[in-house]
Design a protein around this ligand. Sequence first.
Ligand SMILES: Nc1ncnc2c1ncn2[C@@H]1O[C@H](COP(=O)(O)OP(=O)(O)OP(=O)(O)O)[C@@H](O)[C@H]1O
Ligand SMILES: C[C@H](N)[C@H](N)CCCCCC(=O)O
Ligand SMILES: [Mg+2]
Length: 240
Amino acid sequence: MNPPLSLFVTGTDTEIGKTLVSCALLRGFARLGLSAAAMKPIAAGAHFCAEDGLWHNEDADQLDAAAGALLPPQLRTPYLLKAPAAPHIVAAQEGTALKLDTIVDCHREAMRRADVVVVEGVGGFQVPLDDERDTADLAAALALPVVLVVGVRLGCINHALLTADAIAARGLRLIGWVANVVDPTMRFIDENIETIRARFERAHHAPLIGTVPHLSPPAPEQASTHLDIEGLVRALKSDA
Ligand SMILES: Nc1ncnc2c1ncn2[C@@H]1O[C@H](COP(=O)(O)OP(=O)(O)OP(=O)(O)O)[C@@H](O)[C@H]1O
Ligand SMILES: C[C@H](N)[C@H](N)CCCCCC(=O)O
Ligand SMILES: [Mg+2]
């Protein structure tokens, strides 16, 4: 039996396509016959649904819809915060301590239930969780290879390079990256992507998993056709 695989999806910012790409990865893994589960361990922004009597988060719902192996909500999202804002601020206001150990335990259980577990971070790579820790500490506690989603828009080169350096500084492996075209009106899109590709290849040996064009509608199944999922699986297996 193959050991389960897992990866941590981070981004150059909030709202740049981490959820879309995570869902695309889930669909791509499913196409390869892998049972794929998703975690959004810390979610900020929840609404109450009278139909099922549960609090929902949009990212978590999208991940559930794309996942082949569904996790129970408490395992998929151990920390569901109400307000759509910086998690350390919302957690403090709600009196919630965001514990890395709890998330690591949930992740360990998720790994027992699927062939591959996709973990979506929250916001960018160094979003605080409290006065001391941030989401980079979460990725390190989970000891996962990182996929960086670059939201392709003006300014993304700098954000991409800073994030890759931060990932390396935490001793984590940037296993690949996705160029996600959030601003289709940007000038020189291909040249921007090539600039990042060449630098990531040289400095981090991190390949471009694929370029997701601006999609209408932004459907995970379609996005997944732009990603080299087989290559990613090979890299994850050799990293495991
Ligand atoms: N390639 C794309 N084409 C069209 N729309 C996109 C694309 N990528 C992302 N979007 C849209 O941009 C918005 C933000 O994307 P998404 O929710 O995936 O970002 P995120 O990085 O996960 O944000 P958060 O930090 O809140 O988790 C969504 O409405 C999504 O549908
Ligand atoms: C609510 C939002 N969609 C994200 N889930 C949280 C983004 C926090 C960003 C914090 C920051 O870097 O300033
Ligand atoms: Mg998201």
